[in-house]
Ligand binder design. Structure first.
Ligand SMILES: C[S@@+](CC[C@H](N)C(=O)[O-])C[C@H]1O[C@@H](n2cnc3c(N)ncnc32)[C@H](O)[C@@H]1O
Length: 372
């Protein structure tokens, strides 16, 4: 299936899709905010909260029925190893979470999006509501869903400041994300320069989600497209997108937004941090001239170890031993094995060269050959 932007009702549109055709779903449904009257800022001006027609429901029963219907379609169209993210506020997230579990979704994480710049509680009558919740789930407990753990570390700035990050500090991404609400140039305006949509989500939020839980070329679906933030970021990250939005106005502005996006080729997009290194063996490296049979392996201080054999073992004091055990033995450490690649060197032009560096050079050559 190719990327598509549809102007229509998501439940009806999803019904037209085949089973298991999308890899990732991000859904930002109506929250049924139940805002009454016009909210006013302290200085007396009106605050434009979400009182849109698309966010109105008659009763909790109605909202539950709607939620059940669209989530059931999401369940059907999601691939067995895909995953879904649903965002909601306190008004709806408990209803959504319960229905997701009824349908059969398996919850992996709930994430708090901690807004760096939340809307104040103008009247000071209760706590300032400064977060929204995301539920991340799979189709079943057994799903082998995509999660780029190391890429997430590269994107995590929640508990790593700029200085530490520049010095190479990386920490596990947690379940509290500190991201500013969408504002400034990122906020879509209509032809009169007015804010187009009341609930446009920040690009940084979608960037994290799509980068860590999908792959280049995957199909990302959003049944409540709005300003098409999901489609724009999916395209930027080299994913395909299927966007559905009922309101013509949002559909048209959103379509223009996606048309203006381009793929940004990056290590994050490719999740290179999570790529497993190519498997190579010492006998292969001997065959391809990266090592020489019967050459000596040395420790960093120049201590001579064993002589390299054609099967990758080292001949030492008349015995054939593996390089990892021999490194531990000669270094006299308690461990029975050390990583030989990090301990052994060979001589090239009378200089000691790490065999790990040689293995890396070999991998690079092999990868190049694979891509040619
Ligand atoms: C919370 S907003 C999504 C905002 C979006 N994430 C963004 O960043 O702009 C929900 C959107 O869903 C649309 N919507 C509501 N019910 C729908 C339905 N049944 N089918 C398709 N779209 C619907 C609304 O028009 C609204 O634009």
């Amino acid at each position: 299936m190719d990327s598509k932007i549809i102007n229509g009702n998501s439940i009806e549109e999803m019904k037209k899709l085949e089973d298991g055709c999308v890899n990732l779903i991000f859904a930002d449904p109506p929250y049924w905010m139940r805002v009454e009257g016009v909210l006013q800022r302290v200085e007396g001006t009106d605050f434009d909260g979400c009182m849109d027609e698309w966010d109105q429901f008659e009763s909790l029963k109605d909202y539950e029925a709607f939620t059940k219907e669209w989530l059931s379609e999401c369940y059907r169209v999601l691939k067995p190893d895909g995953s879904i993210w649903v965002i909601g506020g306190m008004q709806c997230i408990y209803t959504i979470g319960a229905i997701m579990q009824d349908i059969g979704f398996w919850l992996i994480n709930d994430i708090v999006w901690h807004k760096k710049n939340p809307t104040p509680n103008f009247k000071g009558t209760r706590l300032n509501n400064s977060h929204e919740t995301l539920i991340w789930a799979t189709k079943s407990k057994k799903s082998k869903f995509t999660f780029h753990y190391k890429t997430a570390k590269e994107l995590n700035r929640d508990n790593v400041d700029d200085e530490a990050f520049a010095d190479g500090t990386r920490k596990q991404m947690g379940s509290v994300w500190k991201i500013a609400v969408c504002s400034g140039n990122e906020r879509l305006k209509d032809d009169n320069g007015e804010k187009l949509h009341t609930t446009q989500k920040p690009e940084e939020l979608l960037y994290r989600i799509i980068a860590i839980s999908s792959n280049i070329g995957d199909m990302v679906m959003d049944p409540f497209g709005g300003t098409m933030t999901t489609g724009a970021i999916a395209k930027r990250l080299g994913r395909k997108y299927l966007m559905i939005e009922r309101e013509k106005r949002y559909y048209e502005y959103g379509k223009k937004r996606i048309d203006g996006e381009a793929f940004e080729d990056s290590d994050i997009a490719h999740a290179v941090f999570d790529k497993k290194p190519l498997k190579v063996s010492v006998p292969d490296m001997i065959r391809d001239g990266f090592f020489v049979e019967n050459e000596y392996f040395y420790l960093k201080d120049g201590t001579r170890g064993g002589k390299l054999q054609s099967d990758g073992k080292l001949l030492y004091k008349g015995k054939r031993v593996d390089m990892h055990s021999l490194a531990a033995n000669i270094k006299g450490v308690k461990a029975r094995r050390l990583n030989g690649f990090l301990n052994w060197y060979v001589k090239r032009d009378s200089e000691l060269v790490s065999i790990e560096d040689i293995r890396e050079a070999y991998r690079k050559q092999k990868e190049q050959q694979i891509h040619e």
